[in-house]
Ligand binder design. Structure first.
Ligand code: GDP
Ligand code: MG
Length: 163
């Protein structure tokens, strides 16, 4: 069976946009405001001749903050269970948040390979904003713009190298 790559991260960081970019199709729903009710979305994807299954763990996003955190935690745990490689997405414009740290802690504890996608770095001059995310404790940190397809090739190189 194919390796499984799961995209995890808090709402609105661009997980679904990244999913669609990698899958090459608009399968996941991209929302300006968090709150859309979607659960896990799967696609088959391929990079450099390596096929894999991709999961967007987006899903239910609640108004209530505690529920959001609970939900993200649950999705992260599911991803940890079934994924061979985890694509952890964060918002490079916002910087490191408490929720990012919480998800990072779960992922580090799992021992699964993690590639950190620092998203929304749409311009070359903003790439330096990826550095602060090294504090989350992952070796592979890649600046990307899922919207414009910048850096996603490097990101996928890092992902398939962990299969
Ligand atoms: P999700 O909740 O993590 O799945 O995030 P979405 O993929 O739904 O995206 C949330 C918002 O961020 C949408 O308005 C996207 O268009 C926007 N977005 C996603 N990726 C990028 C990016 O690389 N650059 C910019 N500027 N916006 C992005
Ligand atoms: Mg989403």
């Amino acid at each position: 069976s194919l390796p499984v790559v799961a995209i995890v991260g808090r709402p609105n960081v661009g997980k679904s946009t990244l999913f669609n970019r990698i899958a090459g199709e608009r399968i996941a729903i991209v929302e300006d405001k968090p709150g859309i009710t979607r659960d896990r979305i799967y696609s088959r994807a391929e990079w450099n001749g390596r096929a894999f299954h991709l999961i967007d763990t987006g899903g239910l996003e609640f108004e209530e903050k505690d529920e959001v955190l609970e939900h993200i935690r649950h999705q992260a745990e599911l991803a940890i269970e079934e994924a061979d490689v985890i694509l952890f997405a964060v918002d490079g414009r916002v910087g490191v948040t408490a929720t990012d740290e919480e998800v990072a802690r779960l992922l580090r504890r799992s021992g699964k390979p993690v590639v950190l996608a620092v998203n929304k770095l749409d311009h070359f001059k903003h790439q330096d904003q990826a550095y602060e995310f090294y504090q989350l404790g992952f070796e592979e940190v890649v600046a990307v713009s899922s919207l414009h397809g910048i850096g996603t090739g490097d990101l996928l190189d890092a992902v398939v190298s962990r299969f």
